[in-house]
Design a protein around this ligand. Structure first.
Ligand code: LLP
Length: 427
C-alpha cells in the first residue's frame, strides 16, 4: 500500500527516504502484501466445480529465493524456463512437484536436471524434444503437456506477441500428424504421462476477447485431437498474459473478472465439445508482481537542452530495459516531493552510455534537485529479471516491505561480485 506522509512516499508502511538511506539506490522495492493479495485474488476467483484449477506463477517476471518462498507459501505452481530458474526454485525449498518446465530449446542437461529434481510437469515445445525426453530413464512419473500455437494473436506490442503463425514457440494446431506422433513418443516411456496442451498468446493483454478466442480455439483443437486419438486430454494450460497498469491510460481487466471470463469459457467448451477436462492451469507472471514493484533512484544532475529538460538518475536501462526495448511507458513521482506542484515537463534519463537510455520520455513532475528521490511505479515485472550489468553498473538490491517492516532479499551486487567470474588471464 502507498501512503504519503510529510510529503514523502511510504510503501508498505516504510518511508522511501529511509529505504534509500539504508539500502542505497537504485533499489527495487516490493510491497509483499500487494503480491500476496494478488496471489490470493487469483486463488479465490480461479475456481470451478467442473474441474480442478492451478495457478502457476511465471517466474520469468521476477524470481529470487524470497519470491519462490512466497509462491510456495501460497501453494502456487511455478513456471520455469531454464535450469537457472529451476535451480533458484530448488534452492528456496520449493516443492518441485509444482514446477511446470517450459522452453523451446531445453538442453539435455536441463532435461536431466528436471528429472533429477523430480519436477511435476514438463511442457514440450517440439517433436525433437519429445524424442529426447522419452530416451531418459526415470524413477518418478512426470506429466507432459505440449505447447500448441493456436494462431491467436493478442494485440500487444509485436515483440511481446508469441503466438503468430511463424512463432518460434510450439507446434501449430494444424500439424495433427506431428502432434499424434509426439503423444505416441511420450507414451512409449512408462514414466511419462501425456496430459494435454498448453498455449500462451501474448503478454500485457487488455482484451477479454483475446482469452475467449484462445480458449474457443483450444477447445475445438482438443476436441479434434480427442476424435483423432480416441482418448481424453484432461489438462489444459492457458498461459499468462494478464495486463498490469503502467500508465493511467491502461485499463487492465481486474483479476476477479479475467478469472471469471476464463472459467466461464472453459466450462462452456468443456460442455460444448464434451472434453472431459479435469484440470485448467493459468500462468500469470506480470499481473502478480508488476504493480507490487517500485524502482527507487537518486536524482543526480539535470540538463536543459533547446527542447528538453533532462533529469538524470543513478540507474537506467541496466535495471529496466523495458522502455528501451518495448517503448514501455511508466508513471513516476519525486518520492520526497509528493505534494509539491507538478509544473515541469521533463525527460528521465539513465546513466548508461547510450542515447536510448531514457526511462520516461515525457512526464510532468515538481522541480527536481540533486539528491531528490525518483520513484517509478509498476516496475515489479521484467525489471530485475531482465537487468544487466551494462557499463558494469551493479545489479541493484531488492527489498520487500510489509506492515512497516523491510527485509533485504537480494543484496546489491558488490564490486567483488562484478568480477567474481573473471579469471583475468591473458595468453
Ligand atoms: N507462460 C508462458 C508460456 C509465457 O511465455 C509467459 C511470458 C508467461 C506465462 C507469463 O506472461 P505474463 O503473465 O507475465 O504476461 N519481457 C516481456 C514479457 C515477455 C513475456 C514472455 N512470456 C516484457 O517485459 O514485457
Amino acid at each position: 500500500m502507498e501512503q504519503v506522509k510529510n510529503n514523502t512516499l511510504y510503501i508498505g508502511g516504510v518511508s522511501t527516504k529511509k529505504l534509500a538511506e539504508q539500502y542505497g539506490t537504485p533499489l527495487y522495492i516490493y510491497d509483499q502484501d500487494s503480491i500476496e493479495k494478488r496471489i490470493e485474488a487469483f486463488k479465490t476467483n480461479f475456481r470451478s466445480e467442473q474441474f480442478a484449477t492451478q495457478i502457476v506463477y511465471a517466474s520469468k517476471a521476477f524470481l529470487c529465493k524470497a519470491m519462490a518462498a512466497l509462491v510456495e507459501k501460497h501453494k502456487l505452481g511455478m513456471d520455469v524456463v531454464s535450469s537457472g530458474e529451476l535451480y533458484i526454485a530448488s534452492q528456496s525449498g520449493f516443492d518441485m512437484k509444482n514446477i511446470v518446465f517450459h522452453g523451446n530449446n531445453k538442453s539435455r542437461e536441463e532435461l536431466q536436471m528436471a528429472i533429477d529434481q523430480r519436477i511435476g510437469t514438463i511442457v514440450l515445445d517440439n517433436i525433437a524434444e519429445a524424442r529426447e525426453l522419452a530416451k531418459f530413464k526415470m524413477k518418478e512419473d512426470m506429466d507432459v503437456l505440449l505447447r500448441i500455437n493456436p494462431g491467436v494473436e493478442a494485440h500487444t506490442h509485436q515483440y511481446i506477441v508469441t503466438a503468430h503463425i511463424d512463432s518460434k514457440f510450439g507446434v501449430l494446431k494444424t500439424e495433427i500428424k506431428t502432434i499424434k506422433e509426439i503423444v505416441q513418443i511420450i507414451e512409449s516411456n512408462p514414466n511419462l504421462h501425456f496430459k494435454g496442451f498448453h498455449a500462451h498468446i501474448g503478454s500485457q493483454i487488455f482484451d477479454r476477447n483475446a482469452f475467449k478466442a484462445e480458449i474457443e480455439t483450444m477447445g475445438q483443437f482438443v476436441s479434434e485431437m480427442k476424435q483423432e486419438m480416441k482418448r481424453d486430454f484432461p489438462t489444459l494450460d492457458l498461459g499468462g498474459g494478464f495486463a498490469a497498469l503502467y500508465t493511467n491510460e491502461d485499463k487492465p481487466i481486474p483479476i476477479n473478472e479475467v478469472c471469471a471470463v476464463i472459467i466461464e469459457q472453459c466450462e462452456s467448451i468443456n460442455t460444448q465439445f464434451q472434453l472431459n477436462l479435469k484440470k485448467i492451469l493459468i500462468e500469470p507472471g506480470r499481473s502478480i508482481v508488476a504493480e507490487a514493484g517500485y524502482s527507487l533512484y537518486t536524482i543526480g544532475f539535470t540538463k536543459d537542452t533547446p527542447h528538453k529538460k533532462y533529469i538524470f538518475v543513478d540507474g537506467g536501462m541496466s535495471d529496466n530495459i523495458r522502455p528501451a526495448l518495448y517503448q514501455a511507458k511508466y508513471r513516476a513521482d519525486i518520492a520526497n516531493k509528493m505534494n509539491d506542484q507538478k509544473d515541469q515537463e521533463v525527460c528521465i534519463a539513465g546513466k548508461c552510455c547510450e542515447s536510448g537510455d531514457l526511462l520516461i520520455e515525457k512526464i510532468t513532475l515538481p522541480e527536481a534537485q540533486q539528491d531528490d528521490l525518483l520513484v517509478m511505479y509498476t516496475t515489479g515485472a521484467y525489471g530485475y529479471s531482465m537487468a544487466s550489468t551494462y557499463n558494469a553498473l551493479r545489479i541493484p538490491a531488492v527489498v520487500f516491505v510489509k506492515n512497516g517492516k523491510d527485509s533485504l532479499v537480494v543484496h546489491r551486487q558488490t564490486y567483488e561480485e562484478l568480477i567474481s567470474k573473471d579469471e583475468g588471464e591473458i595468453l
